[in-house]
Ligand binder design. Structure first.
Ligand code: ZN
Length: 165
């Protein structure tokens, strides 16, 4: 984490960086989200993704979610700052199942850069108001074919996380 902060400072010393070397429980997540305009999620497990999503919904914070595994990447933009939008839980309902992790299955090395760059692009569009963000869409990249699919994410009217927001 500190090496990433140093790398960013070496590129642009004017960027403000605050690193947190601590686990974030629900209360800490909500407290930190009160100070941010947008969340870019690169979590490596579903439990954390769902916790971050719930905090974003509660605080009305946009969430740009990215995931990579094996030969596939996914990008989804959730606009909790706008009414009637779906959330991460609408797309991937929480499950007790133990999901695969990238350390178990591997990742084709260019994929994190591809998805991470797209997350940065979506974040810039949302924060600047420039262009058209990919709100409520799931973009899926198949690295074996170098092809993209775009799917609209429906809002679950019974979603336990966002239905009341
Ligand atoms: Zn939802």
């Amino acid at each position: 984490m500190e090496s990433a902060a140093e790398a960013i400072r070496s590129i642009n010393p004017d960027v403000g960086i605050e690193t947190l070397a601590e686990r974030l429980d629900e209360a800490k997540l909500e407290r930190h989200l009160a100070d941010v305009d947008l969340v870019i999620d690169g979590c490596d497990n579903f439990q954390t993704r769902h916790a971050v999503n719930a905090a974003c919904v509660a605080s009305g914070t946009p969430l740009v979610s990215g995931a990579v595994i094996r030969m596939e990447g996914q990008l989804a933009v959730f606009r909790a700052d706008r009414p009637g939008q779906p959330c991460y839980h609408c797309l991937f309902p929480a499950s007790e199942d133990v999901a695969e992790t990238c350390s178990e299955t591997g990742i084709l090395s260019p994929l994190p850069g591809i998805i991470g760059s797209l997350q940065a692009l979506e974040a810039i569009k949302i924060l600047s108001g420039c262009g058209t963000p990919s709100d409520s869409k799931l973009l899926v990249f198949d690295a074996t074919q170098s092809s993209w699919r775009s799917l609209r994410i429906p809002k679950d009217p019974n979603c336990p996380v966002c239905a009341r927001h």
